[in-house]
Write a protein that binds this ligand. Structure first.
Ligand SMILES: [Fe+2]
Length: 602
């Protein structure tokens, strides 16, 4: 048995995963345990969770794989530094960050007293780990593989081909050019200052017109080889230290854009200032520019390799709007993006890369090739078909919590019921949803990656035009322009969407069929699109049954699915789910087989 622990540490979305004999056994992000969004630092609690789920201790771990290897790009860094002559502070800060990343064993000793890790540390360059996080868990024997992000190990994009258990990198975009930095800088300019706010610009974009493309083309230049470059006069990151806080707590990134950007586009929008049409138009132009560069690169990659399979990773692979257009705007026909496409996913990429490197070098390692649908077989033992790799809790653990809080629940007029039969549980929950209630749905193992996919979700009726406002008033209080997403039974995708593909991780946006839009207004974005999750009986039977019960009740095979939280990270344990229920105006909470209601709503 070979156990490999993969980690993404000292970076946003710090995370860990455990790979046993080439198969992912557990994976989780540190933010869920620390209760701080995008938590950056050493993922000790995620490691603890992975070891517990796998039933092993740190001393059983043979390798720790980390998604950073500063040595790989040292010559590019030296050459760049000599050319640019940055301030000594800039160089010192980067060296310090590097030193922190090297201190893995010391951190482990602090976090796990009494347990000793005596294995080896396997470092995997940041973008190789991104590429591995997609290709090595994909259902493809061969694919073009692409990673696009802000930066990692001095690159912002990398591409090549994956075959069997190996990946060959053929091209890169180096610091300081970066599509991720372009999107992040423009997100800051539009008044969304937090790490990870880019999805707000993506949500705002359909409300605007692409009136600023001329300006966008000044900022981003497309190159003949398919790559891209920034006009650096609009940016600061290449010549001064941008304060990045990666040491525990919420990550913070300093201002990335230079005053020249305000000369080009006008004054920035301060956070909280009203959103004007101009801001919507800029958001639309930013998204359009990103898509133009993304598809320019995809076209070059398709022409170069002639393959129609594609795997995507890196922070920019979270751009589900662009991902959803891959089949329409490029020649790629099959696409795989796993649930933690961003830096958290690097934990899995590093671990899978380590395992496949070992597999090639050690005869003793056994791997059963994985059979796929039809006659297809891939020479790897694992395909990530679902995201349920986090901690799970038993009915007994939920019962214990509810007993402990019995008095408070009674005082708050809450009714607790245990429904042993899953069909009954799904039927009564579906009926409650169809009556317009907001239902917290907590079951099974927590999702890996930022999306709630039916195990730590809030579910509602997609048919009600006012559901978005109800949800925002009762719980979410988020910007009114942001859409809510549908979870749909896989069997019905073609009837409701213009495309009919697997989207198990909510990583692609498709157009909802025009004639269907009025039936599901709560999950139809202003441009007629929906960021769907396709739900499978095989990988999430209880969630599938809930939606099937809702279909039988209403004729609609989908529910509105949003993450189970207010503004904090998605709930992880039953305690956090119950607290969120009690703190908000949620109508009903289903935790495993327990149903908690206020004044009996079903
Ligand atoms: Fe990255």
């Amino acid at each position: 048995m070979t156990i490999i622990l993969g980690v993404n540490a000292y970076h946003g979305d710090s995370a860990a995963c455990l790979v046993r004999d080439g198969c992912v056994v557990a994976a989780a992000e540190e933010e869920r345990f620390r209760r701080v969004k995008h938590w950056a630092g050493f993922p000790s609690e995620a490691i603890r969770c992975c070891l517990k789920e796998a039933g092993v201790s740190l001393s059983d771990v043979e390798y720790i794989a980390i998604n950073s290897d500063p040595r790989t790009t040292v010559w590019q860094k030296i050459a760049y530094t000599l050319r640019r002559r940055p301030s000594p502070r800039f160089v010192l800060e980067r060296l310090r960050n590097q030193a922190r990343r090297q201190s893995l064993k010391a951190e482990l000793a602090r976090a796990f007293p009494g347990q000793t890790f005596s294995g080896q540390v396997h470092r995997v360059e940041h973008h190789l780990a991104h590429l591995a996080s997609a290709f090595l868990v994909s259902p493809f024997e061969e694919a073009v593989t692409l990673s696009v992000d802000g930066f990692g190990d001095f690159s912002s994009a990398a591409w090549g081909v994956g075959r069997g258990g190996g990946i060959r990198i053929d091209g890169r975009v180096h610091f300081p050019h970066s599509l991720g930095i372009f999107y992040q800088a423009l997100t800051q300019y539009l008044g969304f200052p937090h790490y990870g706010d880019e999805y707000k610009v993506m949500g705002l974009a359909p409300y605007g017109e692409p009136r600023f493309m001329e300006q966008m083309h000044e900022i981003v230049r497309l190159r003949d080889d398919g790559a891209f470059a920034l006009d650096l006069k609009f940016f600061r990151h290449h010549r001064e230290t941008i304060p990045y806080a990666w040491e525990g707590g919420a990550p913070h990134v300093g201002t990335l854009f230079a005053p020249a950007l305000e000369k080009l586009l006008g004054p920035t929008r301060a956070p909280g200032e009203p959103l004007e049409q101009k801001h919507r138009d800029i958001a639309r132009s930013v998204q359009a520019m990103y898509e133009e560069a993304f598809f320019h690169l995809l076209d070059a990659l398709h022409a170069r390799y002639g393959l129609d399979t594609l795997t995507l990773a890196g922070g920019c692979a979270m751009n589900s709007v662009a991902n959803g257009k891959v089949r329409r705007r490029s020649k790629f026909r099959r696409l795989y993006v796993q649930s933690a496409a961003g830096d958290a996913g690097g934990a899995i990429g590093a671990a899978m890369h380590a395992w496949h490197s070992l597999w090639e070098s050690r005869e003793s390692l056994q791997a059963t090739p994985r059979a796929l649908e039809g006659d297809a077989v891939i020479g790897r033992p694992f395909v990530m078909e679902h995201a349920y790799w986090g901690p799970g809790f038993t009915d007994a653990e939920v019962a214990e919590l509810l007993e402990r809080d019995e008095r408070e629940l009674r005082q708050r007029n809450c009714i607790v019921e245990h429904v042993a039969d899953e069909n009954d549980l799904c039927r009564l929950t579906a009926r409650s949803i169809a009556r317009g209630n907001v239902v917290g749905w907590f079951q099974g193992r927590m999702e890996w990656g930022p999306r709630a996919l039916g195990n730590r979700s809030i579910v509602c009726d997609p048919r009600r035009a006012d559901m978005k406002d109800i949800l925002n008033a009762k719980i979410k209080r988020r910007e009114s322009f942001r859409p809510f997403a549908p979870s749909i039974l896989r069997e019905y995708v073609a009837e409701w969407f213009e495309e009919d593909f697997d989207v198990p991780f909510m990583m692609q946006v498709f157009q909802i069929r025009e004639e269907r839009r009025a039936q599901v207004p709560a999950v139809t974005h202003v441009d007629g699109s929906g960021r769907l999750q396709t739900v499978y009986r095989e990988t999430n039977p209880r969630y599938w049954r809930l939606i099937e019960a809702f279909r039988q009740e209403t004729g609609v095979p989908m529910v509105l699915n949003t993450s189970f939280n207010e503004n904090e990270p998605v709930v992880c344990q039953p305690r956090e789910a119950l607290d969120c229920f009690l703190r908000t105006n949620m109508d009903m909470l289903v935790m495993e087989n327990y149903v908690i209601t206020r004044n009996r709503v079903h």
